[in-house]
Design a protein around this ligand. Structure first.
Ligand code: SF4
Length: 461
């Protein structure tokens, strides 16, 4: 006789952050701060597993009150009415790589902890579109992706040449759970039923040129690969004990674009989609005009910097007033975007009363080599703007943590208002929004403010 010993399942308590009024959970007396332990007797690792358990229609939820008391309630074809503080109950899956171009490795010290987390979690890829490398997947992860149809996923490829990819990413053998997951072509083929958005982080003279051609050849042969985004490596001045890397020159950026454009023409004929897209940075570096809105095919890779500028510029330009109350508006942005903004806002210089300056700020936190607006910190504004030199300072919304007024270094817009003695606002996500904010600034600053705005006064109160 053999005894089957069943290992107890590890439980990952999920903290309840909201209980829907009049829901099943509310009727069962669930409170904020309670923890969900199991559904139908199964430990739950994340929000996707939670939803999957509920899909069977009838479910028993086991919770724990602070202090240890366990209690249960049932739902039958009903939404329980629970929200949780996290979507991953068993923690984030970390990457198994040591990519030579990794941004986390070159982050200056002193930022909030979450910016140093090297996540590589396919669940976040499915839920939020973050890129994963697949090198940390175990067999059960592949199975789960396929069984639960976690599609689409966003995958960092860099190169489909196995030796080159391994050399660029240098995964830690001990952290790799399934050697097969590091074989990029095999891994992509295993994910054949899953739609994939892919990206290639390009390094000059490393994985571009003929390697880029090879990667495109392979990726375009897989029907489930929906598109490829080419983005240049990002560098900061904090690369200690890391391989020496340099940014793209304008000539090299042009060469990348020439490959991208040729492939776009071919793929349009073959598949009816351009398939490969270059990030804005390549166009700006090369000094080439940005593609039309139509050429971005709905902007599926906007978060990856592909089409952000075109999306921002939009197609129309609002009617401008002939004059406004005297107002000095300063826009602080990254050196990459400043000339584009300068040209786009040119017509505003004709508005009487408006004094408008677009200033390219040096990145004091990451170093001058970092030229994108989204990585400007509060320190860059404090050191790049003189107190009281304008009535209003506008910052790009991309510098703010989502849903907050906090910059990467935890300096808030209120801190800037107080120290710079001027109104400080988020500038809007499109050119039309930005112009509206600029013109609106005039009506707010038309009354004497003594250097601080109504916003600042309210914030201080
Ligand atoms: S996958 Fe590479 S780039 Fe991403 S966090 Fe890991 S080491 Fe950094």
């Amino acid at each position: 006789m053999t005894l089957a010993l069943e290992m107890p399942q590890a439980v990952h308590p999920a903290l309840v952050s909201r209980v829907e009024p009049d829901s099943a959970a509310h009727r069962a007396g669930v409170q904020i701060g309670d923890e969900l332990l199991r559904v139908n007797g199964n430990a739950i690792t994340d929000i996707l597993a939670y939803r999957r358990e509920l899909e069977v229609g009838v479910a028993t939820l086991e919770l724990r009150r602070a202090g240890g008391e366990h209690f249960f309630f049932d739902v039958e074809w009903e939404e329980p009415g629970l929200e949780f503080s996290e979507v991953l109950f068993d923690g984030i899956k970390l990457c198994a790589n040591k990519c030579e171009f990794c941004y986390v490795h070159q982050m200056p010290r002193g930022f909030r902890k979450s910016l140093y987390v090297m996540d590589d979690d396919y669940r976040l890829s499915f839920l939020y579109g973050s890129f994963v490398t697949l090198t940390n997947l175990a067999e059960e992860d592949f199975q789960r992706i396929l069984n639960e149809n976690l599609s689409p996923l966003y995958v960092s490829i860099h190169s489909t040449d196995q030796a080159l990819r391994a050399d660029m990413m240098k995964w830690w053998r001990l952290k790799v759970k399934d050697e097969g997951s590091t074989q990029i072509q095999d891994a992509l083929q295993r994910l054949e039923p899953i739609d994939l958005y892919t990206q290639l982080v390009l390094l000059p003279n490393r994985n571009d040129g003929e390697h880029l051609e090879g990667s495109l050849e392979y990726l375009s042969s897989l029907p489930n690969v929906l598109s490829v985004a080419c983005v240049p490596l990002g560098l900061t001045e904090h690369r200690r004990n890391l391989p020496e890397l340099r940014p793209y020159t304008p000539q090299e950026a042009k060469a990348v674009l020439s490959i991208v454009h040729r492939w776009q023409r071919e793929m349009l004929l073959k598949r009816g989609t351009r398939f490969i897209f270059a990030s804005d940075e390549f166009y700006i570096l090369a000094g080439e005009p940005l593609p039309s809105e139509e050429a971005y095919e709905g902007f599926p890779m906007l978060e990856n910097g592909v089409g952000m500028v075109r999306d921002f510029l939009g197609s129309g330009f609002p009617r401008l007033p002939a004059s406004i109350a005297p107002t000095r508006v300063l826009i602080g942005t990254g050196s990459l975007f400043a000339p584009i903004l300068q040209r786009a806002l040119e017509p505003l210089h004709a508005v009487q009363g408006l004094s408008l300056e677009i200033r390219a700020l040096d990145n004091k936190s990451f170093g001058s080599v970092t030229s994108v607006a989204g990585l400007l910190t509060g320190r860059c504004f404090l050191e790049g703007v003189r107190a009281g030199e304008a009535d209003v300072l506008l910052v790009s919304p991309s510098t703010l943590r989502y849903g907050t007024e906090l910059m990467l270094d935890e300096i808030s817009l209120s801190d800037l208002r107080l120290q710079l003695k001027m109104d400080v606002r988020s500038g809007g996500k499109t050119l039309t929004d930005l112009i509206a904010v600029i013109l609106e600034s005039a009506s707010v600053t038309a009354v004497p403010q003594f250097g601080v705005s109504a916003h600042s006064v309210k914030d201080r109160a």
